[in-house]
Design a protein around this ligand. Structure first.
Ligand code: SDX
Length: 426
C-alpha cells in the first residue's frame, strides 16, 4: 500500500505519494506540485533526492557505504580497482574471465594519441594539474564525439572504457608536465595502479621500480574514491549529461566541480592547512578559528554532508596510511603529529561533537598521499582518477532510461515590475 502525505496551502490540499527505498530513506514524490503552482525550496539539496539510483548506498548515521550492495570495507580488503570498476558499471562482480577481458579492454585503450599530447604544450609548468586534467578530459570529446550516439548502450560502454583507461595516463601526464619531464607511456605488463605510479615516477622505456606496497595503497585509494552517490561532482555530471551533452564534456564538468576545497580539493587543502598550522603548539589556535562564526576558516578534512558519524572510507584509509608510513619509515612526520592532535581535539571538543564533525576520507588520504611522495597539487587529480568509474556509471544509468533535463526553479526575491526610465530622468 503506497503511503501518502498531504500538503495544504492557500486552503488547497494536495496528496503526494511516498516512494519506498530498498535501503534507507523513503521520499515524498513532489512532482505533482507543479500542476498546483507550488514549488519546494531546498538550496544545497539537503533534503532533496534529485534522482533514483541503483549504484551506491550511504547511511551517514551508521557509517555505511556500499557499491552495488557490497560493503566498502569488504571491497577495500578483497577486491581491486579494476574489479570495482566492472562492478559499478555492470552491477555484478565479474567471474575470472570477465575480469580478465575487462582489464584487457582497459589496457588496450590506455595510450594517448600523439597529436592529442600536444594539448599539454599550451600549459606552462606552473599550471595546476587539475586545470590540465579538466581541459584534457573535455578535449577527449574532440577524438570521440563524431558519431557517438548517447542512446546506444554500446557507445556508452565504449565511452566508459575510454575514460577509465585514459584518465591514469592523462593524470600522469599532468604531473610530468608540472615537473618538466617527458611522458612515460602506459605499460600493459603493469596493473592499473602500478602503471599509473610508473607513468608518474618511472623513466621512459625502463622497467617499473614501484613498490608493491605503494601500488596496493594507491589501488585501495582508487577503490575508496570510486563512487559516492549524488555528491556535488557526480550531480554535476548528471546535470550536464541531462542536456544530452557529450559524455567527455559532462565528465569534464564533474572534474571541475571536484576541484573545490569543499569537495575533492579538500585533500590538497588538508595538507596546506597542516603546513599553515606548522607546529603542534598552534593546533588549538586553528581549532578556535574554525569555531569562530566570524571566521570563514574551516578545518579541512572534517565534516561531511551525509556522514554524521564516521566516514567508513576514512577508517580504511587510516589503516592504509599507517602501512604506507611504516613502509616509508616515516614515524615522526611533523604534519602527521599535527594531524593526530587535530583529530584528538575534534573528537573531544563540544563544537565538533554537537555538529557531528568527524575526519572524512580527505583527512587521511592527504596524509597518505604525502607519505607516498605524491605532490600536494596532484591529490585531487588522484581523487578524480578514483572517481571516474562512479561518474561514468551515473551518467550511463541516467541515459539508460527516460530522463528529463535538470532545470531547478527558484524563490524570486527581486524587484517587482517597474518601467524603464530615460537616462536624463534618473
Ligand atoms: C568530500 O558529498 C560527498 O559525498 C563528498 C565526498 C565524496 O566522496 O564525493 O565525500 C568527498 O567532498 C568530503 C568533504 C571534503 N570537504 C572538506 O573536508 C572541507 C571541510 N568541510 C566543510 O566544508 C563541510 O563540512 C562540508 C562542505 C563537507 C559539509 O558542509 P555542510 O553539510 O553544508 O555542513 P554545514 O556547512 O552546514 O556545517 C554545519 C555546521 C556549521 O556550523 P553552524 O552554522 O551550525 O554553527 O558545522 C560547521 C558549520 O560551520 N562545520 C565546520 C566544518 N564543517 C562544518 N566547522 C569547522 N570546520 C569544518 N570542517
Amino acid at each position: 500500500m503506497t503511503q501518502k502525505v498531504e500538503i495544504t496551502i492557500d486552503g488547497k490540499t494536495v496528496e503526494l505519494p511516498v516512494l519506498e527505498a530498498t535501503e534507507g530513506t523513503n521520499v515524498v514524490d513532489v512532482r505533482g506540485l507543479i500542476s498546483e503552482g507550488i514549488f519546494t525550496y531546498d538550496p544545497g539539496f539537503l533534503s532533496t533526492a534529485a534522482c533514483d539510483s541503483n549504484i551506491t548506498y550511504i547511511d551517514g548515521d551508521a557509517g555505511i557505504l556500499m557499491y552495488r550492495g557490497y560493503p566498502i570495507e569488504q571491497l577495500a580488503e578483497k577486491s581491486s580497482h579494476m574489479e570495482v570498476c566492472y562492478l559499478l558499471l555492470n552491477g555484478r562482480l565479474p567471474d575470472a574471465s570477465a575480469l580478465e577481458g575487462f582489464i584487457e579492454d582497459i589496457k588496450s585503450r590506455a595510450a594517448i594519441d600523439d597529436q592529442f599530447k600536444h594539448i599539454f604544450d599550451g600549459f606552462t609548468n606552473k599550471a595546476h594539474p587539475m586545470s590540465m586534467l579538466c581541459a584534457a578530459i573535455a578535449g577527449l570529446a574532440s577524438l570521440f564525439h563524431d558519431g557517438l550516439d548517447i542512446y546506444n548502450a554500446e557507445h556508452r560502454h565504449e565511452s566508459a572504457l575510454q575514460l577509465i583507461a585514459k584518465i591514469p595516463t592523462l593524470a600522469a601526464m599532468t604531473y610530468r608536465k608540472s615537473i618538466g619531464k617527458e611522458f612515460v607511456e602506459p605499460n600493459p605488463d603493469l596493473d592499473y595502479a602500478e602503471n599509473f605510479l610508473n607513468m608518474c615516477f618511472g623513466e621512459p622505456g625502463a622497467a617499473s621500480t614501484i613498490s608493491p606496497t605503494l601500488a596496493s595503497a594507491m589501488d585501495k585509494i582508487f577503490i575508496l574514491h570510486a563512487d559516492h552517490e549524488q555528491n556535488a561532482s557526480t550531480s554535476t555530471v548528471r546535470l550536464a549529461g541531462s542536456t544530452e551533452a557529450d559524455p567527455y564534456a559532462s565528465i569534464a564538468a564533474g572534474v571541475a566541480a571536484l576541484w573545490g576545497p569543499s569537495h575533492g580539493g579538500a585533500n590538497e587543502a588538508v595538507l596546506n592547512m597542516l603546513g599553515e598550522i606548522g607546529d603542534d603548539s598552534r593546533v588549538q589556535e586553528f581549532v578556535d578559528k574554525a569555531k569562530d562564526k566570524d571566521d570563514p576558516f574551516k578545518l579541512m578534512g572534517f565534516g561531511h554532508r551525509v556522514y554524521k558519524n564516521f566516514d567508513p572510507r576514512a577508517t580504511v584509509m587510516q589503516a592504509s596510511c599507517d602501512a604506507v608510513l611504516e613502509e616509508q619509515g616515516i614515524e615522526d612526520e611533523p604534519l602527521l603529529k599535527i594531524a593526530k592532535s587535530l583529530e584528538k581535539i575534534a573528537r573531544e571538543q563540544e563544537y565538533f561533537i554537537e555538529r557531528k564533525l568527524y575526519p572524512n576520507i580527505d583527512f587521511y588520504s592527504g596524509i597518505t598521499l604525502q607519505a607516498m611522495g605524491i605532490p600536494t597539487n596532484m591529490f585531487t587529480v588522484i581523487f578524480a582518477l578514483g572517481r571516474m568509474p562512479g561518474w561514468i556509471t551515473h551518467w550511463d544509468e541516467m541515459l539508460s532510461s527516460p530522463f528529463k533535463i535538470g532545470r531547478p526553479r527558484q524563490l524570486y526575491l527581486g524587484p517587482s515590475k517597474r518601467d524603464y526610465t530615460d537616462i536624463n530622468a534618473r
